[in-house]
Design a protein around this ligand. Structure first.
Ligand code: GLN
Length: 404
């Protein structure tokens, strides 16, 4: 029998995260690949989930999510960003951010129309666009003084009469860029000029460092009526396996997303929704501590790598740090990641997986630093030793200079 997979999914294969986590299991390497924390969220969150199970919250929740979570989300967004949402009509709880993204594109982008994404992009974007039978147009992020950003002219040039939506991820996976108010204003101006929908994937909204502030795209002038903002309790509360996400936006857009979402999963995660509702109002102490721990992990990893000769890029948010394979003598991040797993005992992600054109991200690798201090410092020493070995090897093999 020929391949039963429909052609528009050919090439998606299994995700790089699955592949690299399998490699970590097979080799026993430390897993700095797939982005999941190796410690739990706040104890109150875990206790609230157990309580909710025992209290009998074990059947379908209402399609849009449990009302207590809607109220908690509305209060959090007003307090943190000054963006008001009606808990009854402007918030939809989803099976993680992944479902929100897929349902939003399927609901709002007609087949054949275009979605603009910044490249590199989170891998589910390509699949979600394919699922909707829409087309993807990419705008490249490139490092300027080691911070990835876009050229506003390239963004303007990517818009065509078929462009329906722009998908914006800030803080950005895998580059660690947090878009500035200026960058967001450029994106907003394009959306307003061309009457585009914005889908803002802000799952790392709370994970920002060095005094950098996350600004929701929806808070910019002219954007509230056209923007869906997507969040994830998985990222905010170290609970990636719970798959509780949500999307906030104007009621007509939320109603459209809800129509699609109800036929994907209908609804789920009832006790987890109750638990998130219980702790969201008390998020501040947890988030201050989480940011401090992540910042320390980033610094430990980056400082050790840089001292050993790795070239690292700037990271202002998320829990990902990118490095350049060429700085340790490789042309190709995929080959480097294979060798790192086996020779250094550390798994990373080749960032080529985040590019429509893998050649464009060929030299980049991504490390996830959402791990305990012990794991981070062991991984950092191993990666430093790997770089030192490579440099020794390189100097042994360097051809002798001919004298003049
Ligand atoms: N978002 C996580 C990452 O970027 C992985 C999620 C997944 O495994 N699909 O590493």
């Amino acid at each position: 029998m020929s391949d039963p997979l429909v052609p528009r999914f050919a090439g998606f294969g299994s995700t790089i995260f699955t592949e690299m986590t399998l490699l970590a299991h097979r080799t026993g390497a430390l897993n700095l690949g797939q982005g999941f924390p190796d410690t739990d969220g706040p104890p109150e969150l875990l206790a609230a989930a157990a309580d909710a199970v025992r209290a009998g919250h074990n059947q379908y929740p209402p399609l849009p999510g449990v009302p207590a979570l809607h109220t908690a989300i509305a209060e959090q967004r007003s307090a943190d960003y000054g963006t008001p949402y009606d808990p009854d009509t402007e918030i939809l709880v989803t099976a993680g951010a992944t479902e929100a993204i897929a349902a939003a594109i399927a609901a709002l982008v007609p087949p054949g129309d275009e979605v603009v994404v910044f490249e590199p992009f989170y891998d589910s974007y390509g699949a979600a666009i394919a699922l909707a039978d829409a087309h993807r147009r990419t705008v490249r992020l490139r490092p300027v003084h080691d911070r990835f950003t876009f050229d506003p002219d390239e963004l303007a040039a990517a818009i065509t009469p078929r462009t329906r939506a722009i998908l914006v991820n800030t803080p950005h996976n895998p580059t660690g860029t947090v878009f500035t108010a200026d960058e967001l204003a450029q994106i907003a101006a394009i959306c307003v000029r061309h009457n585009l929908i914005a889908i803002a994937d802000e799952v790392y909204e709370h994970l920002v460092f060095d005094g950098v502030r996350h600004v929701p795209l929806a808070s910019l002038p002219g954007m509230a009526d056209r923007t869906l903002t997507i969040s994830s309790a998985g990222k905010t509360f170290n609970a990636t396996g719970w798959k509780v996400g949500w999307v906030c936006g104007p009621s007509r857009m939320i109603a459209a997303v809800r129509t699609v979402k109800q036929y994907l999963t209908f609804a789920g995660g009832t006790p987890f929704q109750h638990a998130v509702a219980a702790v969201l109002p008390d998020r501040h102490a947890w988030l201050d501590d989480l940011r401090a721990r992540l910042c320390l992990a980033r610094d430990t990893l980056r400082d050790a790598l840089s001292a050993a000769g790795w070239h690292c890029f700037s990271c202002q948010g998320t829990y990902f740090l990118q490095a350049d394979a060429r700085s340790v003598g490789y042309r190709d991040g995929t080959g480097l990641c294979q060798d790192l797993a086996v020779q250094a005992g550390v798994v990373a992600i080749p960032s080529a997986a985040f590019y429509a054109d893998p050649e464009a991200g060929r030299e980049l690798v991504r490390f996830a630093f959402c791990k305990t201090p012990a794991v981070i410092s062991t991984a950092a020493s191993r990666l430093a030793a790997f770089a030192a070995d490579r440099q020794e090897g390189a100097s042994r093999w360097r051809p002798a200079r001919r004298s003049a």
